[in-house]
Design a protein around this ligand. Sequence first.
Ligand code: FDM
Length: 212
Amino acid sequence: RGGKEDSRGALVVLEGLDRCGKTTQSTRLVKHLESLGYSTELWRYPDRSTSVGQMISSYLSNKSQLDDHTIHLLFSANRWEKRSLMESKLKSGTTLVVDRYSYSGVAFSSAKGLDIEWCKAPEIGLLAPDVVVYLDIPPEKAAERGGYGGERYEQLEFQKKVGQRYQDLCSANWKIIDACSTMEDVEKQLQEIALDCVKTCQEGKPLSCLWS
Ligand code: FDM
């Protein structure tokens, strides 16, 4: 689907606690946008395929230990190593649906007690999402959903703290969806939000950088 000269793809980010349905919903959203003829890709962070991503993966599965600041910077580096590709994809008209982004970085690390401004600093200059969709679920409900997979952060008490940090980060370009609604309901709401955003970007909304 063509558009204006400065037409571009949209950067749509999904955030939320573990087991909120992000992965299922982002996969469905990509299929939907593709079916409408929009070039779309599903991205996720951490991107475990890179060498930085493998260090992160090993940390998350408790196979290695790292200082809290160190792992925070690795998560950020994992976004930086994909930044230029992200920009070129968007500029070439591809919409990116991204499962977790800088907000996960800040929410999870600051929930451990790291200073929030320190956590935000390495994210400065990454591309700002056009919309952040937060799939809102009470931590207790998320824990009931088929259980956690046993990775480092999948514990109820910690997820409660992360939920509070997400609330502190929530700003004007966030859309909140009740993740306790039916899967179809969440899917529909997400489609509307994303489509609206895709159209705005097609009309030439300029790209901007975090933290804007
Ligand atoms: N996570 C994810 C972080 O702590 N910082 C980050 O920057 C990102 C992107 O990694 F518990 C945490 C969030 C989650 C874990 O995520 C792995 P997935 O979605 O389960 O792969």
